[in-house]
Design a protein. Structure first.
Length: 118
């Protein structure tokens, strides 16, 4: 049984990733060493890795599905409104059905929050 898919996201500096995931999105640090941080919130996890070579090759878009999109949007808007993605800075119903909004960090890693209709 597959339980989770956990992305590994590369940054030039570890603190750039922690700014997005911990300071903006409210993830908790489960482990941190010189080049790696494991972060978690509500069962979602990510590995934040300091590696300039790989950071230069890939700036991912990550989607998180939720059933509390309005609460998450209000939390992020109150705490870090500058992180809201300029192209998706309000909750919008997409043509394919879900509600979405997104954040974008200074390295152009994007996290899209998605809530499907019930």
């Amino acid at each position: 049984m597959i339980q989770r898919l956990i992305p590994k996201i590369f940054y030039n500096k570890l603190n750039e990733g922690l700014d997005l995931f911990v300071d903006c999105l409210g993830f908790q640090v489960l482990h941190r060493d010189e080049n790696l941080a494991v972060v978690s919130r509500d069962g979602a996890k990510a590995y934040i890795v300091e590696n300039a070579e790989y950071a230069a090759k890939d700036r991912p878009e990550i989607a998180l599905e939720t059933d509390t999109i309005h609460e998450l949007f209000a939390e992020i808007k109150a705490k870090r409104p500058e992180m809201l993605h300029p192209n998706l800075n309000t909750i919008r119903r997409q043509p394919w059905g879900p509600l979405e909004f997104a954040v974008l960090d200074k390295t152009t890693v994007s996290v899209v929050f998605r809530q499907w209709p019930q």
